[in-house]
Write a protein that binds this ligand. Structure first.
Ligand code: SF4
Length: 201
């Protein structure tokens, strides 16, 4: 397994969601940390919570065969942290078996599993390994609209990418250096930060 570098005490607390958003658009993470603003509860956020509750109720009735596991213990809404990386996050579901742990995320999204989802789940895996002392060799995404369960292998490349992103976020925030906007400009439509990004319109 990849060794994480011995970081000095992290100065900026980050979340798995920060890592996911960094892979989506770096500016979103920058704005959240450098220009903190109050966020109202949007329809999308409320829908996310409703979906989470519905999937949780359904999940409780299921076995582990669809995960390719013999059995295990389910922990919904589990908090995990890494002091070493200065990370924290709340999982939709954590499956604990005798030999390993598996983070599971419920995604109410069309279009399959994306890179930013893989990054988020890898951040959870790193936190699980530190806080529970068990390996997290894989993670799962449950795609709510299509009811598909996708397994993601947590390999060294993803681990390196997450650790690199953590250092990069801290560097940008510390130096108050605004990152480049996302090149996928369709993401800017409806973005809550578009008023800050007047250089891209
Ligand atoms: S408007 Fe576009 S570039 Fe600016 S934060 Fe939102 S997604 Fe990123």
């Amino acid at each position: 397994m990849l060794e994480t570098p011995a970081h000095s005490e992290p100065s900026l607390a980050l979340t798995a969601t920060d890592l996911k958003q960094w892979a989506y658009c770096k500016r979103i993470v920058y704005y959240r940390h450098v220009m903190p603003v109050e966020f109202s509860r949007t329809y999308k956020m409320q829908r996310g919570r409703n979906v989470e509750a519905a999937v949780e109720a359904m999940e409780k009735r299921r076995g582990f065969r669809r995960y390719g596991l013999e059995g295990g213990e389910r922990r919904f809404g589990a908090w995990v942290t890494s002091k070493r990386l200065g990370l924290a996050g709340k999982l939709d579901l954590l499956i604990v078996t005798d030999g390993a742990c598996y983070p599971v995320d419920f995604k109410d999204t069309e279009g399959g599993v994306r890179r930013n989802h893989r990054i988020q789940l890898t951040a959870y895996a790193l936190m699980i390994e530190e806080s529970l002392g068990r390996s997290a060799p894989a993670a799962f995404v449950y795609l709510v609209p299509s009811k598909e369960l996708i397994r993601i292998e947590i390999g060294d490349d993803l681990r390196k990418e997450v650790i690199g992103a953590i250092d990069e976020i801290r560097s940008f925030v510390r130096d108050e250096r605004i990152p480049e906007p996302t090149s996928a400009r369709a993401r800017c439509v409806g973005c809550e930060f578009q008023n800050y990004c007047d250089d891209i319109w």
